[in-house]
Design a protein around this ligand. Structure first.
Ligand SMILES: Cc1cc2nc3c(=O)[nH]c(=O)nc-3n(C[C@H](O)[C@H](O)[C@H](O)COP(=O)(O)O)c2cc1C
Length: 167
């Protein structure tokens, strides 16, 4: 069965609410989803997933150090995540607060891992964004994002018994 990871960092709960909505969207497409704070994720764990989406608050226009640490430690498996699907979402303090640079900082790392990133021609070009606590519109956007990336994952990996670990 195809497996997805929604990894997040959240101090005051805003990004966590987004993460829960993204996970719900993925589940609707029938993938197995693990929803975990980055503190509970070890670099090796990443190898078991076909789809990996990270969510973080915007901190000084980039991802928080805790998430960057995990990504830096994932160098041990550099090349092994190639061809998996990836995405990102963020909660920030205000418009123009660096949300898009934060999304790009996460997506950049995933691209360097060789992962597949999908943009959006409508709103949320780089991934869902919330100003502080997500409202209903953001929650729906997060669910749709999870749904969309899960569908892409199914297109790429099919419904076969592909094991991400063995690729
Ligand atoms: C250390 C720190 C740095 C922050 N830097 C920014 C920033 O550069 N731009 C911004 O819009 N908000 C910034 N914020 C606000 C958070 O991104 C925002 O409150 C977010 O909703 C918190 O998400 P959380 O509830 O998941 O922790 C910062 C907050 C903290 C604690």
């Amino acid at each position: 069965m195809l497996k997805a990871l929604v990894g997040y960092y959240s101090r005051t709960g805003n990004t966590k609410k987004m993460a829960q909505a993204v996970a719900r969207g993925i589940k609707k497409e029938g993938l197995l989803v693990d929803l975990l704070p980055v503190s509970k994720i070890k670099p090796k764990d990443l190898l078991q997933y076909n789809l990996i989406i990270f969510g973080a608050p915007t901190y000084y226009g980039t991802m928080p150090g805790e998430m960057k640490k995990l990504i830096d430690e994932s160098v041990k498996y550099h090349g092994k995540l190639s061809g998996r699907v990836a995405g990102a979402f963020t909660s920030c303090g205000g418009i123009g607060g660096g949300s898009e640079t934060t999304l790009l900082s996460i997506l950049e790392a995933f691209l360097i891992h060789g992962m597949i990133v999908m943009g959006e021609s409508g709103s949320y070009h780089y991934g869902p964004v919330s100003i502080e606590k997500p409202d209903k519109r953001v929650i729906v956007g997060c669910e749709l994002y999870g749904h969309k990336l899960a569908r892409l994952t199914k297109k790429i990996f099919g419904n076969s018994n592909f094991s991400a670990q063995s690729s």
